[in-house]
Design a protein around this ligand. Sequence first.
Ligand code: SF4
Length: 382
Amino acid sequence: MSLFGLYIHWPFCKSRCPYCDYNAHVRERVDVAAFGEALLQDMRYWAGRHNPGKLTSIFFGGGTPSLMPPELAAELIIEAKKLWGFADNIEITLEANPTSSEAKNFSALRDAGVNRLSMGIQALDDQYLKFLGRSHSATEAKEAIKLAAKYFDRYSFDIIYARPDQTLNHWRKELEEILTLMRDHLSLYQLSVEPQTAFATIYARGDFQLPSDDHAAALYDYTLNRLARENFAAYEVSNFARNNDECRHNMVYWQYYDYIGIGPGAHGRISGNARKTATNNHKTPEAWLSAVQKNGNGLQGEEMLDQKIIAKEMILMNLRLLQGLDATRFRQVVGADMMQFIDNKNFEFLRAQDFIKFDGKILSATATGRNCLNELAAKLIA
Ligand code: SF4
């Protein structure tokens, strides 16, 4: 089945989390009416330019889209349906933070048309939540998850693991509690220190240390095995699902289908003339807003990708998936055989060392390979 997604970026947050390098902005006041109108305009521009079929998914990301009034989410969903149409069973996800003020909007968001909630829980431990600069408590997080379970058939939450001084024993207990709260999907990210973040400054000062690679790998392996006992598969490096509850919108990215990005800093990938075009919008909310008001769209730049870049992106993204890369689809998208873009010598070595598998149809990373995906891809791609 062919996928086609729409990403909508709401860039505002109540405060800046010290680990975060997303396109998130804190503002005293947000002109919701102006940003809402601009999102609708950006959407209309893209519908006029790229209309390959019905949408299979919409993803409201941020920033914190749960700060967006539910009426605006409803307006955007209605407009998207009018412009592109919705495939049966369209997935409409919204990222939400679990503070009590945001959780009280969950039922209105469901009524607006959102049918999947993805919550930024990050930890179920108050001390770690404080360290991560989150504005919710563990109690609020648990209450929000229960509310999500009440209003949504499909919900997921993000957890950050491999935190400073996190022992296997501590993680075991927390994971058991997570298991009582999750339904069929979980996103699990290893804590990392990204450049230009508050954590980068205090980490450089020596205020905290990250666990060793071995300890982080032990935490991940434990999680993998524990979740497997509950029938969860790591269908992507950081994402676990059972009962076919994979996030369809993220599959658009990983399987290299077309998607449109609207809102500040949003990216897109669109096909046409046997090529892919990468698009990117102005990053700051103000620059994007004034571009939409002036030009009718928020585009900052676009680039027609050459065949080699398309091949590289497609291999990189698909190797993240347990199901791997389908060589036939690769040929359809790239217009050439996958092996043309693979370093033959390294391919044989990585296969012999059990980092990758290839049966002539599907290329995939083994569990060992997925532990070092970036290094693996760098060696594999010619
Ligand atoms: S709430 Fe999310 S997007 Fe906003 S600063 Fe924190 S991690 Fe970043």
